[in-house]
Design a protein around this ligand. Structure first.
Ligand SMILES: NC(=O)c1ccc[n+]([C@@H]2O[C@H](COP(=O)([O-])OP(=O)(O)OC[C@H]3O[C@@H](n4cnc5c(N)ncnc54)[C@H](O)[C@@H]3O)[C@@H](O)[C@H]2O)c1
Length: 398
């Protein structure tokens, strides 16, 4: 082994497992980094499935016991790509074993789990062990640019934040009861799955936190056919046997941000025709910014300080070498896509490990999102009552 190697073990090998594998394979071929990811082992539950996945995705070995993976001496980093019900247990065990951890979002299924994960990350940090939560949309270059422009004061004081995350993959009532529709596995529905992304993204871009919410949630289809096996976003139904949907299909909430802005959020899996419609608009005292994930190479910018005759939204094609992350990719105008956000995530994590600094989003950031989700659920259960969101204490220095 080369001392510059970061030996990765990944748990879960389906949707996010494939996206993360793609990123681990690519990151050192694109970015010049002081350390190098080595894809040592992938872990799943089905021996044949995980062994085939290892071959297809580029892992040296496969196994079916994540505890054995976490205990291995030849693993430096554990990458958690499983549903939320196993995040806390795997992350805490990995951190206790001295492994760096990358954990998919949402950090956990409950605030209590997220708090125990933060405590484990704080303890591990004292020995130089790093923990990161996988809110990958922060790493879309246009989103990172949006944050830079806000931080540089280019839109002035933020008055409005408007965020939606719209999907439609369960509009059909015959779509089966996959794990994302079961509270004990997923924690919540559209709220924690996609609402979590817009909560993190808006807090990241504005540099402000959500201080209070009033929300409502709805489950439109209350029972569904049981699925044939365990699947993520798609599965074949088995027929007449049905089960209860125990999560929200849609969540809508208004919020206040710590800097004085008012905000609206909508997360739904019932926006017929919308496939992965994450859109965020920010209106400030001197300008506005708008981002749409389905046009992820672009950022709309309205600069109200320009002469009246020149005003209007401009479309920035975020592919220039001086845009975030893009100096390592293609010539200007040659577009990038969804998967690149994960490559950027791995780049930032490897750089943090090499430099001995804390990667972002931290587990504290993940807990911050969890507290918002929890407040929305409590508000919705109380008929939309205004519900303050507690703040997360700043982490101790590494
Ligand atoms: N960052 C993003 O944009 C994004 C997108 C999709 C999903 N996610 C998150 O990634 C996580 C996984 O979602 P997914 O879409 O990849 O799900 P998936 O159903 O496609 O894959 C889950 C994988 O975990 C494995 N698994 C489940 N329980 C396990 C256990 N106890 N031990 C070992 N393996 C286990 C499954 O066999 C499967 O390989 C979730 O937390 C989800 O919210 C993030």
């Amino acid at each position: 082994m080369d001392s510059r190697d970061v030996r990765v073990g990944m748990v879960g090998y389906a949707f996010m497992g494939a996206a993360h594998s793609q990123a681990w394979r690519t990151v050192n071929r694109v970015f010049d980094l002081p350390v190098r990811a080595r894809m040592v082992a992938v872990c799943g539950r089905d021996p044949a499935g995980v062994s085939a996945a290892a071959l297809r995705l580029g892992w040296e070995e496969s196994g079916t016991d994540w505890r054995a993976l976490v205990a291995r001496d030849d693993i430096d980093l554990v990458d958690i790509c499983t549903p939320g019900d196993s995040h806390a247990e795997i992350a805490i065990a990995a951190l206790a074993a001295g492994k760096h951890v990358l954990c998919e979002k949402p950090l956990a299924n409950t605030v209590d789990e997220a708090r125990t994960m933060v405590a484990a990350a704080e303890t591990a940090r004292r020995s130089g062990v790093r923990a990161m939560c996988g809110y990958n949309y922060r790493r879309v270059p246009a989103v990172a640019l949006m944050r830079e422009l806000v931080a540089a004061g280019r839109v002035g004081e933020i008055r409005h934040v408007r965020a939606v995350y719209l999907q439609d993959w369960i509009v059909d009532p015959q779509f089966p009861l996959v794990w994302r529709l079961r509270k004990e596995v997923a924690g919540s529905g559209a709220l924690g799955d996609i609402g979590a992304h817009i909560v993190d993204l808006t807090q990241y871009v504005t540099g402000q936190r959500i201080t209070g919410v009033s929300g409502l949630t709805e489950t439109f289809v209350k029972s569904r056919p049981l699925p044939n096996g365990s699947h993520g976003l798609s599965a074949a139904a088995t027929g007449a046997v049905t089960g209860q949907v125990t999560v929200d299909d849609a969540a809508v909430f208004v919020a206040r941000l710590s800097g004085g802005a008012v905000a609206t959020y909508e997360a739904t899996r019932f926006a017929t025709g919308r496939k992965n419609g994450l859109r965020v608009e920010i209106n400030g005292s001197t300008g506005s910014l708008a981002f749409d994930l389905e046009r992820l190479n672009e950022l709309e910018f309205y600069d109200a300080t320009r002469p009246g005759a020149e005003q209007g939204f401009s479309r920035i094609l975020v592919t220039e070498p001086d845009h975030p992350y893009l100096d390592a990719w293609w010539p200007p105008g040659h577009l990038i896509g969804y998967e690149h956000s994960f490559t950027h995530e791995m780049r930032d994590l490897l750089e943090a490990i090499a430099s001995g600094s804390d990667p972002q989003p931290s587990f504290e950031d993940g807990l911050g999102v969890q507290l918002v989700l929890d407040a929305v659920e409590r508000s919705a259960a109380a008929g939309g009552t205004w519900t303050p969101v507690p703040s997360v204490p700043a982490p101790l220095p590494a």
